[in-house]
Design a protein around this ligand. Structure first.
Ligand SMILES: Cc1ncc(COP(=O)(O)O)c(C=O)c1O
Length: 448
């Protein structure tokens, strides 16, 4: 089956492709990558302005990461992090991670991805209170959030107006949602700044209504990612952090997408000098070269759980993934990748603003670091999102022109939002090439 069309035809009937109609033929067969570029089996090249699922932070073809994986793979292919067994690469990975995480979050449990990290964080938070002799189990999270698709993570997620939950219930209990920090589509109908940051204050109201003795944790993405690269007002995180402290609620920052330089800081919470109690990690930990995740937490949680013998994931702490994570983190520091994300993001945001803001169907061009988005609207006064088909058409036309971008679902409060999240190593020139392709395609969109 050499022909790409034949291969995709076979895959169509045999392989599930996520967020794509089951049984529909996939559009592209990618074969290799280099820097920010991907190439398909026909030799066509694409600029990846999505870094896939906002995860290939260091771009493609990084020889050091490949060599690190090959070296560890040829030494120790696998060892479980169970029953008192460990590997040098996992210890070195944890040591490096402890040097990067903020606020004394230097204890870790390793997983194989973001959803698993969320499951662990929720279970550890509940277990912590149980061991403290104050059992409480409720988890408060945000509408339009995304935390993964395992049952706990999907229940904590608040995107898609419940579409993620349809048909897979019953769901685990004890999860509540409150409005997110989306000023453009404020669920309270308020205006920033006179709103008094109602979305943050509403966390306190919810804790008080539900009873502080029942709330184990508040879980949120520092910047909402899948929901459309939505940046909170600067007051949001310090305020919710303070509220959590005041009511004895653990703060879980889901840094699966925002972590590892994406927002211009090593971790996004550093943008507001906030110290969460737990931090979920994945994606950028290995620059997505291998599946790996982690939950970081502090000594208090560790000591409270000391002596317990907890279950783990088979692939949590895979030695080969850990070897890649070590090299990835070294590169983040050595090449000051956070600074590049900030500078490149600033350049991209300025250009998008300059060239798109006067278009009738583009509004709310915003972002932090290389998490950037803009809304497609029918008109700027009503802010009604442009139809799903328009956003899908834009993604398809961009693909045709050799540019990968992603749109958030129009089925969320965040609306039809075009997301620009390239690898963090992208140069100014490469950003210009990507935007040169994108702008004329957006200009063709018809409002209404
Ligand atoms: C913030 C956040 N949390 C959790 C997840 C789930 O991660 P995974 O797909 O690795 O399970 C994602 C994935 O996009 C995410 O963006």
């Amino acid at each position: 089956m050499a022909n790409p069309d034949e291969r995709l035809g076979w895959a169509q009937e045999h392989i599930i492709n996520a967020v794509y109609p089951i049984g529909q033929k996939a559009a592209v067969l990618f074969e290799k990558g280099d820097g920010v570029m991907l190439e398909d089996t026909q030799g066509k090249k694409y600029i990846d302005a999505s870094s896939q699922l906002t995860c290939v932070n260091l771009g493609y073809g990084r020889r050091e990461l490949i060599d690190a994986a090959a070296a560890e793979m040829s030494k120790l292919q696998f060892i479980k992090l169970f029953h008192g067994h460990c590997s040098p690469s996992v210890i070195e990975c944890a040591r490096l991670l402890a040097g990067l995480t903020p606020g004394g979050l230097d204890r870790f449990v390793f997983t194989a991805g973001g959803s698993e990290s969320i499951e662990m964080a929720v279970q550890y938070a509940r277990l912590y209170w149980h061991k403290k002799g104050r059992p409480k189990h409720k988890i408060i999270s945000l509408f339009d959030s995304y935390h993964g698709i395992t049952l706990g993570a999907v229940t904590a997620s608040g995107y898609g107006k419940g579409s993620a939950w349809r048909g897979i219930g019953p769901l685990p209990s004890g999860f509540l949602h409150i409005p997110a920090f989306n000023c453009y589509y404020c669920m309270f109908g308020r205006q920033y700044l006179e709103c008094g940051i109602k979305c943050a204050q509403f966390l306190e109201e919810t804790i008080l209504k539900e009873g502080p003795d029942s709330i184990a944790a508040f879980l949120a993405e520092p910047v909402q990612g899948v929901g459309g690269m939505i940046v909170p007002p600067i007051e949001y995180w310090p305020t919710v952090s303070e509220i959590c402290k005041r009511h004895g609620v653990l703060l879980i920052a889901d840094e699966v997408m925002t972590g590892f330089c994406r927002t211009g800081k090593m971790f996004a919470v550093e943008n507001w000098q906030v110290k969460p109690d737990l931090m979920t990690l994945a994606k950028g930990l290995t620059s997505a070269y291998l599946p790996m995740g982690a939950v970081a937490f502090g000594g208090d949680i560790f000591d409270t759980l000391r002596g317990e013998s907890l279950a783990g994931f088979t692939y949590g702490g895979h030695p080969v993934a850990a070897a890649v994570a070590i090299k990835t983190m070294q590169i983040y520091v050595r090449e000051n990748i956070a600074q590049n994300a900030a500078t490149a993001g600033d350049h991209a945001l300025k250009r998008l603003n300059r060239e798109l803001r006067d278009l009738p169907c583009v509004d709310n061009i915003s972002g932090l670091g290389l998490m950037i988005g803009f809304n497609l609207v029918k008109d700027k006064a009503s802010r009604a999102p442009l139809e799903a088909a328009a956003a899908a058409g834009l993604v398809a036309r961009a693909l045709d022109k050799g540019l990968l971008i992603r749109c958030s679902s129009p089925n969320t409060t965040t609306g039809s939002r075009v997301c620009f999240t390239p690898p963090l190593v992208i140069s100014r020139d490469e950003i210009d090439k990507a935007i040169d392709i994108l702008v004329p395609l957006v200009a063709e969109l018809k409002p209404g």
